[in-house]
Design a protein. Structure first.
Ligand code: ADP
Length: 213
């Protein structure tokens, strides 16, 4: 079974993916992580994508789609994959459906993480990321043991450029314009979970029960 996680930036797609990987032995593809890796490694793709990531805008569809197809083919990830952050536009969604059909596969379910904007804005503006291992902290709710330093490897914690307040506003706007139409596109494939202020365990149980996985 292939699953897509859909939801506002900061809705918990990454955290939930980690659970699915660990508990359900699923594979994981985060397009944000793939772009960031390419930026760190200074590849041509990374250089093309950098300005979009830093400003919170979407990388153009053709660049994103080519990267995803390459990644899935190279790793043979046609089944048991969590799609985290892709597709984010209707054009990408159509391209993915076509690509999967050509390869005898499909996107089975779309988990829509329904969360209030206010909650994600608070999360994003307090988010810190380890410059080395990418572990995520929150200044308010999940502070590191020692300020500014990762608990796991002692490396410096940074604020992602796209988590600066002006870029958070852009990301939310872009999401509304380009990604919310996916709810209609996927229609009967959607499994809607309203997370509200529920903790992650409750959320996960609802999804596992609902999807019988
Ligand atoms: P978030 O969900 O918190 O916005 P991600 O790590 O998923 O963060 O993505 C970071 C950035 O990577 C996005 O703001 C965008 O610039 C780029 N990106 C990721 N996925 C896509 C996609 N499917 N289409 C276009 N751009 C993308």
């Amino acid at each position: 079974m292939n699953l897509l996680l859909l939801g506002l930036p900061g809705s918990g797609k990454g955290t939930f993916s980690e659970h699915l990987e660990k508990e359900k032995k699923m594979l994981h593809m985060s397009t944000g992580d793939l772009f960031r890796k390419n930026i760190d490694n200074k590849t041509k793709l990374g250089l093309d994508a950098k300005k979009y990531l830093e400003s919170g805008k979407y990388v153009p569809d053709h660049i994103t789609i080519d990267m995803v197809k390459d990644y899935i083919k190279k790793n043979n990830y046609f089944d048991n994959l969590i799609y985290d952050g892709f597709p984010r536009t209707v054009f990408q969604a159509q391209a993915l459906d076509d690509f999967l059909i050509e390869n005898n596969s499909k996107l089975d379910k779309v988990i829509y993480i329904d969360i209030q904007e206010e909650i994600v804005v608070n999360r994003l503006k307090n988010r810190l990321v380890c410059s080395k291992c990418q572990s995520i902290y929150n200044k308010k709710t999940k502070a590191p043991l020692k300020e500014g330093v990762c608990d796991f490897d002692g490396e410096k914690l940074l604020t992602r450029k796209d988590d600066l307040p002006e870029n958070i506003a852009i990301r939310l706007q872009v999401y509304k314009e380009q990604t919310s139409p996916l709810l209609d596109y996927y229609n009967e494939r959607i499994f809607n979970v309203n997370i509200g202020d529920h903790n992650i365990e409750e959320f996960i149980k609802t999804v596992y029960d609902g999807l019988k996985i």
